[in-house]
Design a protein around this ligand. Structure first.
Ligand code: NAD
Length: 295
């Protein structure tokens, strides 16, 4: 299996390291020449264009910022489509827009190229460990053909339906994640302002009905520690919430809570928080509350 990867940023770079550690002869491409050379130094094969990379690999993974960029990297000049040999497979791990994914899939299938949308959850640490959750959409046989590769990238690999289904559930999952993060920060800000100890509050929440991944993992590791290590930015969360709200609108389902949550994240972005880690949403809620959630 010859594998290429495009997009060597926070997430894609970690996935690349994991595949190199597992012995894959990985081909790579990124606009950022320094990153490309860096991964060349780690043993990857750097390519000068998406088409050159796809001509030499039967599986190509994309881990790019957004749907528009994926579209241009696949269908644009010197894009993946112009290099792919018939029977090759594109695996898009970007958090993207299901409608755009389906359009790309149609263009690829006209040329005998398969596509899976296989976005991930779990963050940069799990990407490096190869223990991400992967939610894949696309033809089941294509999924089974790619399974060993997906299983080397993630430890929970689920086929969720047709092409686009992976991107749909990913955006909806992040809608929930953004909501629990913001709601937990609000609750802790109120309690802290009233003199309660955030550590004790989390201890109680995490053995009670208000617990979530945000309260169990993200608050102790990133917020109470005041680390806010950049792995997944507020900009990217805003992108995901835009996608999720668009999906809800397309399904004609009112999404009151998600709409309000989106405004909060947009506020953080408008105040200069875009490049901060998503857990720094707590800082903006602290700012409005006039307290710091720390022990
Ligand atoms: P990033 O901004 O750190 O990395 C993106 C990379 O793509 C950069 O290296 C950039 O140079 C490259 N790039 C941009 N345009 C390009 C082009 N036209 N051709 C080639 N390379 C190009 O972003 P990230 O945090 O790695 O996220 C990537 C995707 O994964 C996003 O869709 C994000 O929503 C999703 N995601 C990220 C995380 C995370 O923890 N960071 C978790 C789950 C999902």
């Amino acid at each position: 299996m010859k594998v290429g990867l495009i997009g060597l940023g926070n997430l894609g770079g970690r996935i690349a390291r994991n595949l190199l550690n597992k012995g894959y002869k990985l081909s790579v491409y990124d606009l950022d020449q320094e990153l490309l050379q860096f991964f060349g130094g780690l043993g990857a094969i750097p390519y000068e264009s998406p088409s050159a990379l796809s001509r030499n690999n039967d599986y190509v993974i994309t881990v790019l910022p957004n749907a528009e960029i994926v579209k241009s990297v696949v269908l644009g000049p010197d894009g993946l489509l112009s290099g792919f040999l018939e029977g090759s497979t594109l695996i898009d791990m970007t958090t993207s827009i299901p409608g755009v994914t389906k359009q790309i899939g149609v263009e690829l299938s006209k040329n005998g190229i398969h596509m899976l949308d296989a976005p991930v959850s779990g963050g940069v640490k799990k990407a490096e460990d190869g223990t991400l959750a992967i939610m894949a959409g696309g033809d089941e046989d294509v999924f089974l053909g790619a399974y060993s590769l997906l299983n080397d990238i993630g430890s929970n690999v689920t086929h969720v339906g047709e092409l686009g289904a992976g991107h749909t559930i990913k955006a909806l999952n992040n809608m929930l994640c953004a909501t629990t993060l913001a709601a937990t920060a609000e609750v802790l800000a109120v309690g802290t302002k009233l003199g309660l100890n955030p550590d004790k509050m989390l201890e109680v929440i995490n053995t009670s009905s208000g617990r979530s991944h945000s309260s169990e993992i993200k608050f102790p590791q990133q917020v109470l520690s005041r680390k806010f290590e950049v792995g997944f930015t507020i900009d990217l969360m805003c992108k995901d919430l835009t996608i999720a709200n668009g999906i809800a609108e397309g399904a004609e389902v009112p999404a009151f809570i998600s709409g309000a949550v989106f405004q909060l994240w947009q506020y953080a972005k408008s105040q200069g928080g875009g490049e901060m880690d998503h857990t720094a949403i707590a800082k903006f809620i602290e700012g409005m509350a006039g307290v710091e959630i720390k022990v």
